[in-house]
Structure formats: structure tokens, C-alpha cells
Design a protein around this ligand. Structure first.
Ligand code: EPZ
Length: 418
């Protein structure tokens, strides 16, 4: 196990380059199950979750190799293989993204039910219901989703709740279904648009990605394609939080600005001074952040994946900020840890009331999930004295070389063995 030792107080200066988006690379790597052959997927971040997805693909007969940020995939389809086992799915819930492609291409799928995680129960009932609507015979027993279907049929799917991976699973499954599928109340996240672009390069017929209604017309077969994954809007947002907390002047290169409107707006409101082009954000912070309320919503609303990082900045602000989390039922695990650093935060139902004005002091804190760990690092950059962030394997799941990038910007941060 490793920890990060951070001495707060250094302002951040210099340039940082954003890596490829984890939540785009994961569905794209699942989509290679839809067509045999060789793929070159570029700008894939080097993360634990990505290597877990390689293991899932390997167990399905697909080999994936990563050199730096380039991944070559060879799918010599092995239709007898259709099981994503508990050990792998337990490690990474996003493995459930192989469910749709396996059913569509291999007519069978046996995928462990992804357990919950720190931020919530994380059910996949909507994925299952939609695939059943497309003709799949599905039962759930012994902790596995067992599904089979000779040929999926296009259907009209209306999601009761906006679900990102649910939309992705159905979009992938529908590419090879008979007829047309319409997904209503679809997720509009930029990663869905990225996946659709990749699928269309493979020959899929998709319209409406990025809106609430996506139409997919099934085709007989798809072909392998090469692709470059979009940059990670949450990593870019996390660096905005870091400079808003620590102060300084940084240039964030390869930012997917087109996908960051709600985040950029909020950082403008707290007083972060930004010069923005279509893929670079120069961000300067010379004063304390202003207190601003946020409410997390499906895209294009403020992303739940930025809630914890933003809260760390609000803990340093002057005034009172109300942070409401509408997506996950338990995404306030970082609150207790921020309070150990002196933050004044009260929880009430789905909201956290953050009273700024306190000086944060360095402390030993425990990461609990991916974005909570980022939030603790952001707070530690501005806290007085030394902090130690423990269990940073959570961080390594979703941020490529985060501590090295921060060190390069002038943070006093080092990775040590526990
Ligand atoms: C994706 O998770 C992301 N993961 C999450 O990022 C992100 O926080 C989340 O979308 C919301 O934006 C990946 O893309 C790999 P949902 P996902 O299905 O798809 C409920 C990170 O930090 N729901 O959109 O699992 C669910 O409980 C991760 O990188 C059902 O009830 O989220 C939640 O309350 C964390 N039934 C809400 O919908 C279902 O069948 C939204 O979940 C599916 C979802």
C-alpha cells in the first residue's frame, strides 16, 4: 500500500497535460468485443482500471497491450468465452460494460453482478431490464447475470433514471440488433459521444448521441477501427480545483473545454481567473475562493465526479456553500476526512453545508473512493503543515501520474510506502 505525503502552502505554476478519459476508454475497450480484428486505441490513460479491463478482455479471449498511452487490441473472437468473473467485476464495476457487446456478438453473457462501492449500491437493474426488452433471456442467480439471446431485437428503451453505463451498454448492444433501437432519457455525457464516434468508425449507425434521445439502427456486422480517446474532463476539473485551492497560475493543456461548461462556470463564480481556448485553460488564483452552491446533476449539469474536489475548495472559501449530491446516495465519504483537516461541514439529507473561513491544517486522512482521494489531495495542497493521504490505490484507479503532475507544478508531494 502507498500513501502521499504533502506539505501544504506551495502555489502551483507551470504546465500540465490532461490524460485520456478513463470513462471513455473503458466503454471503448468493451466495444472491441463487437468485431474481430486488430485495433489501435490512442490516448488511453495508464491506470489500474484500464489494466483490470485488459484482464476482463483476456478472460474473453481478447488480447490488449499498452505501450505508454497507445493500446493495441487483437480480437480473434472466441465465442465459447462469455464470462466476466466475480473477481474481476468486484475489482472494477465498469466491467459490466461487456454485458451488451457479449450478448450482441456472442449471443451469451455471464457477468458477475457488480457489487456496490463506497459511494453507493450501484444497481444495474436498468441495464438488465433494457436488454430483456431487446429479447434477451436474463436471470440473476448466485451473484451472476446470466443472459442469452440468439439475436437481439431493436426496441424503444425509456430509462427511468439517467444511467451512463446503462446507456452505453444498450447503445453497444443495439449496434448489432435486428432493426432500430431508440433510447429515451439517455445519458448525455461527453464519454457517450466519444463511444458513439468510435462505434460509427466501426460502421455502426447511430444518431442523437449527446442528446436525451439516441437512435441506433442495427447492422449485420462491424469492423475494427483505430481511435483516439478524448481527454479526461474530470482530471482537468480536478486541476482547476487544485489551483483554486493552492493559488498560482497553471496552464492545463489538452482540456476537453467543450465538455466542461458547467464546471468552468462554477470556477468562474468562485473567482478563478481563466483564459480559455478550445483545448487549453490558463487558470490563475490570487485570492481566497468565494463560497458558491453546487448541485450535482446528469450532464450537462455539474458532474457528481467533481463534487468532492469542489467541496475541498469550498472548505477554504469565505462564506457558506451548500453542496447537494443528487446522483449517488453515499458520496460524502470525504467529509469526515476533510473535517479532520479542520473543515467545518455539516451533512443534512443529500446536502453538505460547508462553512468556509477556517484555516485547514495537515492531518493523516484516508481515501475511500476515487474522487474523494483527489479531494483530500486538493485540500492538503492548501493546508498548513504535513498531510498524509492513505490508501491511494483509489487515486491510481482514475488519475494518471497525479502526484508527479502536481510535483511538476511545484507542489511539495511525495509518494511513499505505507
Ligand atoms: C458512471 O457510473 C461513471 N463510471 C461514474 O464515474 C460516474 O460517477 C457516474 O457514471 C455518474 O456520472 C463510468 O463511466 C465507468 P450511473 P455509472 O449508471 O454508469 C442509478 C468515477 O469516478 N442506477 O449513471 O455506474 C445509480 O445507482 C465513476 O469515474 C440505477 O438505479 O453511474 C445512480 O444513483 C464513479 N440502476 C444513478 O443511477 C441502474 O441500472 C446514476 O448511475 C443504473 C444506475
Amino acid at each position: 500500500m502507498e500513501k502521499l505525503v504533502i506539505n501544504g502552502g506551495n502555489k502551483l505554476f507551470g504546465e500540465v497535460r490532461i490524460s485520456g478519459a478513463k470513462n471513455s476508454a473503458l466503454p471503448i475497450l468493451s466495444a472491441v468485443l463487437l468485431a474481430e480484428g486488430e485495433y489501435l486505441i490512442k490516448n488511453v490513460p495508464q491506470l489500474r482500471d484500464i489494466s483490470t479491463m485488459f484482464k476482463v478482455l483476456d478472460s474473453l479471449g481478447v488480447t490488449a497491450k499498452q505501450i505508454d498511452n497507445d493500446v493495441t487490441v487483437i480480437n480473434t473472437e472466441n465465442p465459447e468465452l462469455f464470462t466476466a468473473d466475480y473477481e474481476l467485476v468486484r475489482t472494477m464495476r465498469a466491467s459490466v460494460l461487456v454485458l451488451g457487446p457479449l450478448l450482441a456478438k456472442r449471443s451469451a453473457a455471464k457477468v458477475s453482478l457488480p457489487g456496490g462501492c463506497a459511494i453507493g449500491e450501484r444497481p444495474v437493474d436498468l441495464h438488465i431490464k433494457a436488454l430483456a426488452q431487446m429479447g434477451a433471456e436474463i436471470d440473476v442467480e448466485h451473484g451472476y447475470i446470466n443472459a442469452q439471446c440468439k439475436k437481439l431485437k431493436g426496441a424503444e428503451i425509456v430509462f427511468d433514471i439517467v444511467t451512463v453505463t446503462g446507456t452505453e451498454n444498450i447503445m453497444m448492444a443495439a449496434c448489432l440488433a435486428d432493426g432500430k433501437t431508440v433510447i429515451k432519457n439517455a445519458a448525455q455525457e461527453p464519454e457517450i459521444v466519444d463511444l458513439a464516434r468510435f462505434l460509427k468508425k466501426m460502421g455502426a449507425e447511430i444518431k442523437g448521441e449527446g442528446t436525451k434521445t439516441i437512435e441506433i439502427t442495427g447492422v449485420k456486422s462491424l469492423n475494427p477501427a483505430n481511435y483516439t480517446v478524448m481527454p479526461d474532463r474530470i482530471e482537468a476539473g480536478t486541476f482547476l480545483a487544485a489551483v483554486a485551492a493552492a493559488g498560482g497560475n497553471i496552464t492545463i493543456k489538452d482540456s476537453p473545454v467543450w465538455a466542461m461548461n458547467s464546471v468552468i462556470e462554477k470556477f468562474k463564480e468562485i473567482g478563478l481567473d481563466m483564459d480559455i481556448t478550445d483545448n487549453t485553460i490558463v487558470a490563475r488564483m490570487e485570492q481566497k475562493p468565494k463560497a458558491v452552491d453546487i448541485t450535482t446533476l446528469p450532464y450537462p449539469g455539474f458532474p457528481t465526479d467533481m463534487q468532492a474536489q469542489f467541496m475541498a475548495v469550498m472548505a477554504l472559501s469565505e462564506g457558506l456553500s451548500v453542496i447537494t449530491e443528487n446522483i449517488f446516495e453515499n458520496r460524502f465519504m470525504h467529509v469526515a476526512e476533510l473535517k479532520r483537516m479542520g473543515a467545518d461541514i455539516k451533512l443534512k439529507d443529500r446536502s453538505a453545508i460547508v462553512k468556509g473561513g477556517n484555516k485547514l491544517t495537515g492531518a493523516h486522512v484516508m481515501a475511500s473512493d476515487l474522487r474523494a482521494s483527489a479531494s483530500l489531495v486538493v485540500a492538503a495542497l492548501a493546508a498548513d503543515g504535513e498531510s498524509q493521504v492513505h490508501r491511494i490505490y483509489h487515486l491510481d484507479r482514475g488519475y494518471e501520474k497525479f502526484d508527479e503532475k502536481l510535483k511538476f507544478l511545484g507542489a511539495d508531494i511525495k509518494r511513499e510506502k505505507e
